[in-house]
Design a protein around this ligand. Structure first.
Ligand code: FAD
Length: 445
């Protein structure tokens, strides 16, 4: 039996079966990587993607976006980086092409334009997916829906005058699409720092609320920091061995850029060149943005993190007797004389909120979430038989939510899926538990 035909893009239109052994939700690099492994193993499956393949890369990045990670780390299963610039950083269109060409290379059973709106255990075993194309029953389900679901904007944003254009970093495209005038960028994670730089380079007057994000140098002692960290085994370290344990999953990424071949992002230099830096934005009062007096501390902290990464590289070089040029440490080129505490709202024409995302698993009605709403799992395997998550930051290692580590995680899950299918063991929650879960999700238990 088939449900409907709803694909939207150039991929071949396929009929979506009402019953499949495995359903993969999400057609980004994570869902595709898993699909590649399932194809190799001859496991029948579908990939359900509500937009198009590589949607996030194509539609949720700014125009001048480029990877922060070097191209050689773009290694999907059966699809290594093939270009002539392994140490470079692909720009947005190249990333989209990399992922879409990957899909074209093995024709995964992707159904584009199919949104999964609800996932619940089926009373008879397995899972039931409610989709925009009808109901689909699956023995096993993989949630490969990325780690960045809902853009965060603070509640006081609604109190700002309508004339101030407000965008989340996900919606920001280019300096010339913002109205003329000063721009306030809030947040200095990877997106905020790069967007502030993008505006600054275009000659826009930028006010930047500096958060507690760490920074890392692009290069040190003759090599990219990523190369050093790779050699030091950092990218193979499982999350359990991380100093912060599972809390690493919620950490903010270090700011640095791959733009123009890659370089540091030095907020102090920006300040010297005219960018106005503030501490974290705390709210809006009496027509003024207010800021915590933490600018100096946050800049110092970011430098300390950079220094500590360099300490590790120095120790590694020493320990292994590696031949590497000596390089002096970073010397701060600017420091605030006072902590700026306020900024008139009237001065600002546009705001870019770059304060991150929150997860939205509300459509997953399977009791596998912890008190904070994070799916409980071990290497992506949840306690509900046959339900998996893939592609989340630090799911297993640093690279789990990036290009670098998705191949390893996808292979691991493909093995678990194949084993479970071969064992004939039931999946889902069983009749009694599935009934209880459904009742609880409906608010009647
Ligand atoms: C600004 C930014 C910069 C980044 N830079 C780098 C970098 O330099 N290097 C690097 O390696 N990584 C980087 N990443 C991290 C990571 O590689 C990307 O987030 C990547 O898109 C993750 O791939 P994914 O397949 O796990 O998830 P996504 O790309 O988010 O794909 C998930 C897919 O699931 C679909 N989907 C979601 N919900 C549903 C549903 N209910 N039903 C059907 N489909 C659904 C979405 O439409 C989407 O296409 C960056 C991330 C961000 C946000």
């Amino acid at each position: 039996m088939t449900v409907t035909l709803t694909e939207t893009s150039s991929s071949p239109v396929r009929a979506l079966s009402a019953r499949v052994p495995v359903a993969v939700v999400g057609g980004g690099q994570a869902g595709l990587s898993l699909s590649w492994h399932l194809v190799q193993r001859g496991v029948e499956h579908v990939v359900l993607e509500r937009e198009t393949i590589a949607h996030e890369w194509a539609d949720a990045r700014w125009d001048s976006f480029c990877l922060v990670t070097p191209n050689w780390q773009c290694r999907l299963p059966g699809w290594p980086y093939r270009g002539d610039d392994p140490d470079g950083f692909m720009v947005k269109d190249e990333v989209v092409a990399f992922v879409r060409d990957y899909a074209a290379s093995f024709a995964p059973p992707v159904h584009e334009g199919v949104a999964v709106t609800r996932l619940a255990p089926a009373p008879a075993g397995g899972y039931l997916l409610s989709t925009s194309a009808g109901e689909v029953a699956a023995d096993q389900v993989v949630l490969a829906v990325g780690g960045y679901h809902l853009p965060v904007v603070p509640p006081y944003a609604t109190a700002l005058p309508e004339r101030v254009v407000q965008l989340h970093s996900q919606q920001y495209r280019s300096p010339d699409r913002l109205p003329p005038g000063d721009v306030l960028v809030v947040g200095t994670g990877q997106s905020g720092a790069q967007i502030a730089e993008d505006l600054h380079l275009a000659g826009r007057r930028v006010h930047l609320a500096v958060g507690s994000a760490p920074r890392i140098a692009r290069r040190y002692r003759g090599r990219d920091m990523v190369d050093w960290l790779h050699d030091m085994g950092h990218y193979d370290m499982p999350v359990e061995e991380h100093r912060d344990g599972a809390a690493a999953r919620m950490g903010t990424n270090h700011y640095v850029t791959g733009r123009d071949g890659g370089r540091d992002i030095d907020l102090r230099r920006f300040a010297r060149e005219g960018m106005q830096l503030y501490g974290p934005l705390t709210g809006v009062r009496d027509g003024r943005f207010t800021f915590a007096p933490e600018l100096a501390a946050n800049l110092d902290r970011a430098d300390r993190v950079d220094d500590s990464a360099k300490d590790l590289v120095d120790a590694y070089i020493e320990r292994t007797g590696t031949d590497a040029p000596v390089e002096p440490r970073y010397t701060p080129v600017w420091a605030p004389e006072t902590e700026p505490e306020a900024l008139d709202v009237d001065r600002i024409a546009a705001i870019v909120w770059a304060i991150g995302f929150r997860a939205d698993w509300s459509w997953v009605r399977v009791p596998v979430f912890d008190g904070a709403g994070y799916p409980t799992h071990v290497r992506g395997v949840t306690a509900a038989p046959g339900l998996y998550v893939l592609g989340l930051p630090w799911l297993h290692t640093w690279g789990s939510g990036r290009f670098a580590g998705i191949a390893r995680d996808a292979e691991y899950l493909a093995d678990r899926i194949t084993e479970l299918a071969g064992s004939g063991a039931p999946t889902g929650l069983g009749r009694a538990l599935a009934g209880a879960a459904a009742a609880s999700a409906a608010g009647i238990a």
